[in-house]
Design a protein around this ligand. Structure first.
Ligand code: HEM
Length: 493
């Protein structure tokens, strides 16, 4: 189908949203709670649905023309959209606000914030990925093990037996310090908390619909606050780069690799803007994701006493209280399955966004160029055909299943697959193995635990946990969790 100008029309089924306000509300519902909003749509219309029939919506598109927003799930549809690199592009994650960028001091950070690899297509994307890749090869990552252990040890060393911690904050601190030390050559120490919180607040302003609707830099507005925050974030990244340059080129971390990289064909270096964009994006992509995966995993374990006991047996049997060596990491199958099962039930990046550069057929429908496509990892991971009793947390299922990369894709799949997947798996295994052997974390009663976040799924609660020495009293603190976390994973009453 096409309109009078010959432009293809979006004819994917979906609800009628006739007014601008209804369409904006529909887009905002996805930003506010993609899991909840998508459930209704998929239930009514099937595995490929438009959030407003006929289009006219925009959730995260930075394209000039966005005919509408389509959501889909299931391995075959994911395969089509995530693997055709030259057809399906990614957008800078600032979405429509990317158009506001300019070279004035206030707006310049919009050129770089959340752009990086997400703002590059086809060969340019491949070239930049190639430059970053050496920092993420398994051999290089193995060299980060000692720093990971030392930093996790330092943060956990401050915890007091019998006192509570805010688990999500502690996991973020561990993740941000590990990232900055291993990838950028400098432990930001306590400052990591500030960088993390600035980034989190910036993303929260970005997800505020008012920021999008009224992008005016006037004090008091959401857009103004967001510009302050991304300016501050970029400033921190700039300072890190300046210090790294002063320390000289030792090529032992990703930052110095980026600073001194030369393109093999043109011998050109990355511009300052490109380096800032990549470093800022690595931080953003790497620490919230790993930190929240560890937090969700520890929450789920605190509510599954038998699995926690089995895991403790495995860790104790192999590691005898020590941090894992690289070799030992290969001999902890239950730990690996616990993390995989946690990423299946709660994939912290629940959606992957793409948009086609040309008209293309997907799932039997013609999607006009520029249509934004939201591919749901979460709903693919919750398909009962692939995972019987999908909400049941059952690490044992991994002993008998071997899903394809389109059926299980917490790190996505295809040419844009997460660059830090091996790094993150190693980091999470080390931190969890050390933590669980040393402490038993007990969820404090009465916590309301909902999900939040539109790029990364995190708990609304800081997850206050009582720190106990590891006494194997796994039944304590089990039950009584309230909140929509229970829609994602079965928990006992
Ligand atoms: C549990 C932890 C993590 C999860 C679940 C995760 C997940 C993801 C997902 C789903 C994507 C989107 C891929 C796509 O668009 O198809 C992604 C992209 C990316 N991730 Fe991760 N990630 C994690 C940790 C990390 C870490 C630790 C780093 C870096 C140190 C990192 C760096 C990146 C980068 C650079 C991209 C963009 C790749 C590209 O567009 O080519 N991630 N990640």
């Amino acid at each position: 189908m096409a309109d009078m100008t010959g432009q293809a029309l979006l004819n994917v089924p979906g609800p009628q949203r006739t007014t601008f306000i209804q369409r904006t509300q529909a887009a905002y519902a996805i930003i506010r709670d993609s899991i909840g909003a998508q459930r209704e749509l998929f239930r009514k219309y099937g595995p490929i649905v438009s959030i407003a029939v006929g289009g006219g919506t925009r959730v995260l598109s930075s394209q000039d023309v966005c005919p509408g927003s389509v959501i889909l799930y299931g391995p075959e549809l994911l395969r089509q959209v995530r693997t055709q690199h030259n057809t399906f592009h990614q957008n800078p994650l600032t979405g429509a606000l990317h158009a506001q960028r300019a070279n004035t001091p206030r707006l310049a950070p919009l050129n770089t914030f959340f752009v990086s690899l997400w703002g590059l297509h086809e060969d340019e994307h491949r070239r930049h990925r190639r430059l970053m890749m050496p920092g993420f090869h398994a051999k290089r990552i193995n060299e980060y093990r000692d720093d990971m252990v030392a930093l996790a040890d330092e943060v956990m060393g401050r915890w007091k037996i019998g006192a509570p911690i805010n688990l999500t904050q502690e996991m973020k601190l561990i993740a941000v310090r590990i990232m900055s030390k291993t990838l950028f050559g400098e432990d930001v120490g306590g400052e990591g908390t500030r960088i993390g919180s600035v980034l989190e607040q910036a993303v929260s302003q970005l997800a505020n619909p008012v920021t999008m609707l009224l992008p005016h830099d006037v004090p008091g507005t959401a857009f103004h606050k967001m510009l302050n925050l991304i300016g501050e974030y970029e400033n921190d990244i700039r300072k890190l780069i300046v210090r790294r340059l002063a320390a000289g080129n030792d090529q032992s971390d990703v930052l110095s690799m980026l600073l001194y990289a030369r393109d093999a064909e043109t011998d050109s270096a990355l511009s300052d803007e490109e380096v800032i964009s990549h470093v800022g994006a690595l931080f953003a992509a790497g620490f919230e994701t790993a930190a929240n995966t560890m937090s969700w995993t520890l929450l789920i374990l605190s509510q599954h006493p038998q699995i926690a006991a089995d895991l403790m047996d495995e860790l104790d049997g192999v590691l005898h209280g020590d941090a894992p060596t690289i070799e030992q990491l290969q001999h902890l199958p239950l730990l690996e399955n616990v993390i995989k099962e946690s990423m299946r039930v709660i994939p912290v990046v629940p959606n992957v966004y793409r948009s086609p550069g040309e008209d293309i057929e997907v799932g039997g429908y013609l999607l006009p160029a520029g249509t934004e496509i939201i591919t749901s990892t979460y709903y693919t991971h919750h398909m009962p055909e692939l995972y019987p009793e999908p909400e049941r947390f059952n690490p044992q299922r991994w002993e008998s299943i071997n899903p394809s990369p389109f059926e299980f894709s917490p790190f996505s799949v295809g040419p844009r697959m997460c660059l830090g997947a091996t790094f993150a798996m190693m980091e999470m295994k080390i931190v969890l193995a050390m933590l669980i052997q040393r402490f038993r974390l007990e969820l404090l009663p009465g916590e309301l635990i909902n999900r939040r976040g539109f790029l990364v799924l995190m708990p609304t609660s800081d997850l206050p946990m009582l720190v106990n020495a590891q006494d194997r009293e796994f039944e304590r603190g089990v039950g009584g969790v309230v909140g929509n976390v229970r829609e994602m994973v079965d928990l006992v009453d």
